[in-house]
Write a protein that binds this ligand. Structure first.
Ligand code: UDP
Length: 234
């Protein structure tokens, strides 16, 4: 169904319900799903979050300068990217980490043309360190990279099976959208993704799919065009 996708995986997902750190079993399950998508012939770029280690807006950063805290957040995403790369490589696939903050010893610098070349050569590319700038999120980095690599769709894997009228974890009257427009998402202030990320997709017509990564096989289902999750378009 899709030839090239940008998959956003939050840091929280890698903690698999534990709230902090990387779940050693779950990361291998994610890697296996990514390998299954790769086996379908789909080119994959991945943006990983860092919330399982540090967020610039977190309580623990309350007394910190926001820029310093965001730098810590971006470095957290690099830890996750390296862990995911390792899990993917264990399956015999080629995978490159490209960091928006230069750190030559651990990752390639993000160079768009080089990223395109990796994808064309069927290498999985993990984009680390967000956009490289404070005051942004990895959701915005995912929107940006999706556009830069000319992905067919931005896939946002979460712990909820789509976009709801309210948070279904706290409000049981919440109903799910199978499809929604960017403008509606912004108007209703649905906090599935931050407004910068949604606006960027809206202004550049990048479709987004929000779906749950909790059920095994869902990434393959989404890439194959199965109607799970919520689709966001114009
Ligand atoms: N961050 C940033 N600029 C970016 C991307 C991320 O400063 O372009 C920082 C920010 O502090 C953020 C943290 O990195 O809180 C981790 O990213 P995010 O919260 O998006 O991770 P996720 O919620 O997806 O795990």
């Amino acid at each position: 169904m899709y030839k090239r996708v940008l998959l956003k995986i939050s840091g929280e997902a890698l903690a698999a319900g534990k709230g902090f750190g990387i779940d050693a079993v779950f990361i291998h399950k994610i890697a296996a799903e990514i390998a299954a998508v790769h086996a379908l012939g789909c080119e994959i770029g991945i943006v990983v979050g860092g919330g399982n280690f540090f967020r610039g807006v977190a309580q623990q950063a309350i007394d910190m300068d926001r820029v310093a805290a965001d730098h810590m957040g971006m470095l957290s995403t690099v830890i996750n990217a390296i862990a995911l790369q390792d899990a993917i490589e264990k399956l015999g696939l080629f995978c490159r980490v490209m960091s928006a903050i230069e750190m030559h010893e651990v990752a390639e610098p993000y160079i768009r043309r080089r990223a395109m070349r990796h994808l064309e050569k069927n290498r999985i590319v993990i984009f680390a360190a967000g956009t490289g700038n404070p005051y942004f999120s990895t959701d915005t980095a995912a929107s940006l990279r999706a556009m830069e690599i000319k992905a067919d769709i931005l896939l946002k894997a979460t712990s909820v099976d789509g976009i709801y009228t309210a948070d279904p974890k706290v409000d049981d009257t919440a109903t799910k959208f199978d499809q929604i427009t960017y403008s509606e998402m912004l108007r209703l202030n649905l906090r599935v993704m931050d407004t910068t990320a949604v606006s960027l997709c809206r202004d550049n017509n990048m479709p987004m799919m929000v779906f749950s990564m909790r059920e095994p096989g869902n990434i393959v289902r989404v890439v194959s065009g199965e109607k799970i999750g919520s689709l966001v378009t114009a």
